[in-house]
Design a protein around this ligand. Structure first.
Ligand code: UGA
Ligand code: MN
Length: 354
């Protein structure tokens, strides 16, 4: 027993205990640090995790609230923009111009739309107006085939948010389609387009305010790219039109080497001077003002209406091919089916504009 408590034994015991203590400290260092809130640890302590979760949740709620607020603000701004467009058609354009002054120098696109009263009229006008609203520096000339401007079109234009001019000209009775005539029997929209040309000659000075004229029928479908393509028309530009002339598309033929239009890929009446649909070309306003006698011919043979104007303006070699050398379709000659109204009640107390 005495031998066991010798001083050497004490030294050994002391050495053993202190080594075990250091070992324990090293092994438990991390958890000790986190308990004391030190940043050296792994942050696994439940109190700390709770605080972090709480903070995270608060930030998430804040982000969610901010997102809701932004959505609401955006909705209000959109409503404001619509009202602004309605009250001051030029305002939105002017604000955008002041932000991006380059827009101001863009030539105006004057789109001429002949239109006539029929069940689908408002639907057609709505559809194309909502494309046109996206186009910069755009002036819509709507010409009704009527003796008087109709309240439907007057109100429609007033609420459209477009910059527009509303005109009317009634096609003489002998040139008007009969109720049961096939629609190709007589040319349509002729005097309406000529009325718009007259208005443009009288009211715009193309040398001061450059412009491009496009004849945009109310039943076609317009891709926005076509307006970018036509904007820099020097004389007359041309491009393919989809779903027309008994083909998926009709197109000018471009010489790949020279980049010039040298003919047309059309099946129907290829002998026409310019066998292209109305939707397939645009004209620099200056050119129309230089040739004030160039008009559409009311007596033009079927399919020759477009040519009747173009032959007085240009030669084929001067045509400017657009839409990637006439390889892209940005406009379609769609035609809306005539609705069947067999069950329509004509006289009702409540008259709703359709
Ligand atoms: C095709 C062309 O796409 C037209 O540009 C061209 O005027 C017509 O042939 C023609 O050869 O006269 P299509 O689809 O058959 O067109 O004609 P519509 O779309 O029925 O009429 C062309 C435009 O004239 C439309 O904007 C239409 O609203 C208007 N229109 C039609 C009138 O203003 N009055 C009418 O009595 C009929
Ligand atoms: Mn049409």
């Amino acid at each position: 027993m005495r031998a066991l408590w010798r001083p050497r034994t004490f030294v050994f015991a002391y050495f053993f205990c202190s080594t075990a203590g250091i070992l324990w400290l090293v092994l438990n260092y991390n958890s000790l640090c986190s308990q004391m809130g030190s940043s050296g640890g792994n942050h696994k302590h439940p109190y700390l995790m709770h605080a972090i979760n709480q903070d995270y949740k608060e930030k998430q709620t804040f982000l969610h609230d901010t997102e809701q607020q932004l959505k609401e603000d955006r909705k209000n701004l959109q409503g404001l923009a619509v009202r602004l467009r309605q009250q001051y058609p030029d305002a939105v354009g002017e604000i955008t111009d002041s932000i991006n002054p380059r827009n101001k120098s863009l030539p105006t696109i004057y789109a001429v739309t002949p239109t006539h009263t029929r069940p689908v009229q408002k639907a057609e006008l709505t559809r194309i107006a909502q494309s046109f609203l996206h186009v910069r520096n755009f002036h819509w000339i709507v010409v009704e085939d009527a003796n008087r401007k109709s309240s439907l079109v007057i109100n429609f234009l007033k609420n459209s948010g477009m910059k527009y001019t509303h005109l009317n000209f009634k096609t003489p009775e002998q040139y008007k389609l009969g109720k049961n005539d096939p629609n190709w029997l007589k040319p349509r929209g002729v005097e309406q387009r000529n009325t718009a040309i007259e208005w443009l000659l009288k009211n715009v000075d193309a040398t001061k305010n450059p412009g491009v004229v496009y004849f945009a029928d109310d039943d076609n479908t317009y891709g926005l790219q076509i307006f970018d393509e036509m904007r820099d028309t020097q004389k007359v530009s041309m491009w393919p039109v989809g779903l027309v002339g008994g083909q998926m598309y009709e197109s000018p033929r471009v010489d790949k080497k020279t980049g010039q239009i040298i003919g047309f890929n059309v099946g129907w009446e290829p002998a026409r001077p310019y066998p292209m649909d109305m939707a397939g070309f645009a004209i620099n306003l200056k050119l129309l003002q230089e040739k004030p006698f160039a008009k559409f011919d009311l007596k033009a043979k079927r399919g020759y209406l477009e040519s009747s104007l173009l032959v007085n303006l240009i030669k084929i070699e001067d045509l400017e091919p657009k839409a990637d050398m006439c390889t892209k379709i940005y406009v379609w000659h769609t035609r809306t089916e005539k609705p069947k109204l067999k069950y329509d009640v004509k006289e009702t107390d409540i008259r709703i504009e359709v």
